[in-house]
Design a protein around this ligand. Structure first.
Ligand SMILES: [Zn+2]
Length: 178
């Protein structure tokens, strides 16, 4: 949940910094408050759509937090990723949704009516069957209606939280099922 990320960031700021997320404490109040109100807006928009899994964190916030600059472990924990998935990502065994992930689709029990598997963009599970990732709602199924709303949510997020991180245009990873 985005709310959990919000709380973790606030806690880091209050408690002073652990090793690698010093950036959270180094920001001045103005910058920090701006970032948090952006996250509040993302939470507010997202809650109106109640998607089966949360969207990726706003790319501008991610950039400020250094999400794209390495330190996968601390960032992964901040984002609520399971340890097994953080490990497989940082050991570079699975750093993108790959053919193996797609092959795992056939090993899943797909409920009637579901047309896609959804994940927050940027989250790469150790396996599509990673139970911890399902429990934390980082992998989920969507039916047609949910899928349409996910696209609408992405549109609204793009419109109301503009950013210039062109490489990160999608908030959800979508694997469309046959
Ligand atoms: Zn995992």
């Amino acid at each position: 949940m985005l709310e959990d990320i919000y709380e973790r960031i606030v806690r880091i700021r209050e408690e002073g910094c652990r090793e690698c997320l010093k950036v959270v404490c180094r920001m001045d109040d103005f910058q920090f408050n701006q970032l948090m109100s952006r996250l509040e807006l993302q939470i507010e928009i997202t809650s109106r759509y109640s998607p089966p899994v949360r969207p990726a964190l706003d790319p501008m916030i991610s950039t400020e937090l250094g999400v794209y600059r390495g330190d996968d472990e601390n960032i992964g924990r901040l984002l609520g990723y399971p340890e097994c998935c953080i490990r497989s990502f940082s050991e570079n065994t699975r750093y993108a949704i790959d053919g193996e992930h797609l092959a795992e689709v056939s090993e899943l029990d797909i409920p009637e009516g579901k047309c896609a598997i959804i994940m927050p963009s940027g989250f790469i599970p150790c396996s599509l069957r990673c139970q911890e990732a399902w429990e934390r709602k980082l992998i989920g199924f969507a039916d047609r209606d949910e899928f349409r709303r996910i696209l609408e949510l992405e549109d609204e997020l793009r419109m109301r939280l503009p950013h210039f991180h062109l490489a990160y245009d999608e908030y959800f990873e979508k694997i469309v099922l046959e």
